[in-house]
Design a protein around this ligand. Structure first.
Ligand SMILES: Nc1ncnc2c1ncn2[C@@H]1O[C@H](COP(=O)(O)OP(=O)(O)OP(=O)(O)O)[C@@H](O)[C@H]1O
Length: 256
């Protein structure tokens, strides 16, 4: 039986450069997987193939036993290090846009009762990330932490089953980072997410994940540095569990 997300013999190559080779990975639903490794090891490349932004050059990726489509879809949401929000839309507009794109792909706009329902949904999601008092602000009027909260709301509004995080807190100050750690832990449980997070911060990897993967090259050829790619060299299961819903409610209320 295949697990929730399954990578079998996945390779990522750019021309003659092998970035990832023979990546085999089984991820259970509800896991929080942190991915660490040296710069250039292929962490973001791994995330991109799971997101469907790039297709692996070899191998297969399945979600619930079904091959992943090589395109982004609502099963997968993503948050990058740099703000991926639209500067010309307010907080509410940014969040609503995600719903309208999904439900009215041609017009890009909902009307009447459908729009009112979408607004209520957007407001609820923004409350969950602690932005209920900032609905009418534009991104330029907000701190980096608030912009990342908005980016998380945008990713979650499509109700993805997998949340992909690429250095999501890398640009934030330490105090704000720890608030964001509490928030993401709460959302992991509250929305029953499977999370895959790339980070350079080993402390963050172990603090947030319940499984830590290290990507690195097992083989090096100093005369041909592109010849071998990285694979998973360590795969550490941790005993950390997603918090209970009652606990997350308390954190969400505090961070609001
Ligand atoms: N589109 C591309 N075309 C060619 N090479 C690429 C492309 N994308 C990534 N690479 C190369 O693949 C390698 C892995 O890049 P990737 O960004 O996945 O690594 P990373 O582990 O996330 O690095 P970092 O920690 O520095 O962000 C790098 O050598 C990079 O230059």
């Amino acid at each position: 039986m295949s697990s929730f997300l399954s990578l079998r013999d996945v390779w990522v190559e750019y021309g003659d450069k092998i970035v990832l080779e023979r990546v085999n990975l089984e991820i259970e639903e509800g896991a929080f997987v942190s991915v660490i490794g040296p710069s250039g090891a292929g962490k973001s490349s791994l995330l991109r193939v799971v997101l469907g932004q790039d297709a692996p050059t070899r191998g297969t990726i399945t979600l619930d036993g079904v091959p992943l489509k090589p395109q982004c879809d609502s099963d997968r949401g993503v948050v990058f290090q740099r703000y991926s929000v639209f500067p010309h839309l307010t907080v509410l507009g940014n969040t609503l846009f995600g719903i309208e794109c999904g439900r009215a792909p041609l017009a890009g706009r909902l009307f009447g009762a459908a729009r009112r329902a979408a607004l209520a949904e957007a407001e609820e999601m923004l409350a969950a990330v602690g932005l209920e008092d900032s609905l009418h602000l534009y991104p330029a009027q907000m701190s980096g932490g608030m912009q990342q909260r908005l980016a998380i709301a945008q990713a979650l509004i499509k109700r993805p089953r997998i949340l992909l995080l690429d250095e999501p807190f890398g640009a934030l100050d330490p105090g704000i980072r720890s608030d964001m750690h509490a928030l993401i832990t709460s959302l992991w449980s509250e929305y029953a997410l499977t999370v895959m997070m790339v980070t350079h911060d080993i402390g963050e990897a172990f603090a947030l994940g319940n499984r830590v993967l290290t990507l690195d090259k097992l083989r090096h050829d100093p005369h041909a540095p592109n010849r071998y790619g990285a694979s998973i060299v360590y795969d550490l299961p941790l005993t950390r569990k997603a918090p209970q819903r009652a606990e997350t409610r308390a954190v969400l209320t505090q961070s609001a």
